[in-house]
Write a protein of this length. Structure first.
Lengths: 84, 392
């Protein structure tokens, strides 16, 4: 828990590619929550990584290489309040 | 775990000791001693992820060691314990005259009270699903309680009022405690919560129980203590771990839904009672051989299950993305206070806050949550994304 970095990656997906993209995202070990949504973004992934270096590695090397993802916005969590 | 805990109690009452309150008195204090020892053991330190931590950290990351809680959560535990004491007294009264297949569904009625409590707190009208759930659970519990002579009015009254109403208050205060932040990022742990609420429960239960136990009951207690000790320790440990998990879940979800998930124990009540009575004749109470009555009981259990699962399945999850006006201070505490917000994150970048919210319908997301977020001063724009599917 302590020292972990949480980030949300908000994605816009090409029409018809959501299922394939989600299947590939589910293979990313540090993606602990994936939500398919309606609205401005199509998929939101929550990543929990040990360092910014690892976040860079996952977003640039893994997420950006998935076919069907049109656009991503990565937001690093500065502070989180949660009941879990 | 809950099924086995109830089964332990029913077997003990049918085989070793007949006075249910005497058994309850003894069992509750053995349970406290066992819980104290388990929490003390879980306070021992060892290395987890390269850091010295208590063993109990694996059960609840907020756990440090056996300790006295801060004043406010301790007050909540005191109130939770008093209500649980009344509920426990009712439970032992019922356990003395029912079998496990009936006692387990009786406890599910608490879901109705929690649901009604949520509705009253929100000054909200119930949705069709909520009305269906309430009706289904109520009818189910009535059917489960059917006996050869018809409905037992006294039993039903005990189930409707002291057993479940107080249980709803217990859940309410447990949830309040679990959401209390001792310091930023550190919440009250479920292990110490269980220990302290059990102490207060035992005191609240023991005072009236001691007056109601007959001299024969005290004599039975002295005789049965040693033969029943391991059964009581077993029951205590299963209850301890199931309650710790339950309290942790309470911190995450709504009270009614968490309780609905625990209802899986209802299904196990009938097979455990029937198989148990086959293996240990008489050990699970006087079981009726009337197949029509059993059919009604099975219908009752199905209705309870349908009610609780429908409630669980009707949840709507959303993600709200917020942008704030310049020179707005920290909104995280205000956003976190809004009921239905499960997590609130302050973000770096173009989006300032991300809220993960849960409600029982899309309409309630708008009326109960979105409207409140809109009223938080400083919020410039909100984008609500409805979660169609979620993977964890």
């Amino acid at each position: 828990m302590v020292g972990q970095i949480t980030a949300y990656v908000l994605m816009k997906i090409d029409i018809g590619s959501t299922e394939d993209v989600v299947d590939k995202l589910r293979l990313i070990e540090k993606a602990n929550k994936i939500a398919v949504t309606t609205g401005e973004f199509d998929v939101i992934v929550r990543l929990e990584v040990d360092s910014l270096e690892e976040l860079y590695d996952i977003t640039v090397r893994k997420i950006h290489s998935i076919r069907g993802i049109k656009e991503t916005t990565t937001a690093v969590v500065e502070k989180m309040v949660t009941s879990s | 775990m809950r099924t086995f805990s109830v089964a332990f109690d029913i077997v003990a009452l049918n085989t070793v000791i007949s006075d249910s309150l005497a058994y309850g008195f003894m069992s509750q204090w053995v349970s406290f001693a066992a819980t104290f020892m388990v929490v003390a053991f879980l306070s021992l330190r060892h290395t987890i992820d390269g850091k010295p931590r208590a063993i109990g950290y694996r059960l609840d990351p907020d756990f440090g060691r056996l300790s006295i809680l801060p004043r406010r959560p301790m007050k909540y535990q005191l109130l939770a314990g008093v209500f649980a004491g009344i509920s426990t007294l009712s439970y032992y009264v019922l356990a003395g005259q029912s079998d496990a297949s009936a006692v387990l569904p009786y406890g599910q009625l608490v879901v109705i009270y929690l649901l009604l409590g949520d509705l009253m707190a929100d000054k909200d009208t119930p949705t069709i699903i909520e009305i269906q759930c309430i009706t289904s659970i109520l009818l189910g519990v009535l059917l489960v309680g059917v006996s050869p002579g018809g409905f037992d009015l006294i039993t039903l009254l005990i189930v409707l009022v002291p057993l479940n109403l107080t249980s709803a208050f217990f859940t309410f205060y447990q949830k309040k405690s679990k959401r209390y932040e001792i310091r930023p990022g550190l919440k009250v742990d479920s292990l110490n919560m269980r220990l302290w609420s059990l102490l207060f429960l035992n005191i609240a239960f023991s005072l009236p129980a001691a007056l109601m136990i007959t001299p024969t009951g005290w004599a039975e207690m002295a005789q049965a203590f040693v033969p029943l000790l391991w059964m009581m320790v077993g029951s205590s440990l299963t209850a301890f771990f199931s309650l710790v998990m339950y309290v942790r879940a309470l911190g995450r979800g709504s009270m009614a839904v968490v309780n609905s998930l625990s209802s899986i124990s209802v299904v196990l009540g009938i097979p455990v009672t029937l198989v148990g009575n086959f293996l240990l004749p008489g050990g699970f109470g006087n079981i009726t051989s009337d197949t029509f009555l059993w059919t009604l009981k099975i219908f009752g259990v199905i209705l309870v299950m349908i009610g609780v699962f429908a409630l669980q399945g009707s949840d709507v999850r959303s993600i709200m993305l917020l942008r704030v006006k310049p020179q707005t201070g920290d909104l995280l505490p205000l956003l976190w206070e809004i009921k239905g917000v499960e997590s609130a994150s302050a973000l770096a970048g173009g989006i300032d806050y991300l809220l993960s919210v849960k409600s029982r319908s899309l309409a309630k997301t708008r009326t109960q949550i979105l409207k409140r977020v809109q009223h938080v001063p400083g919020v410039a724009s909100i984008h609500t994304l409805i979660v169609l599917r979620e993977y964890r």
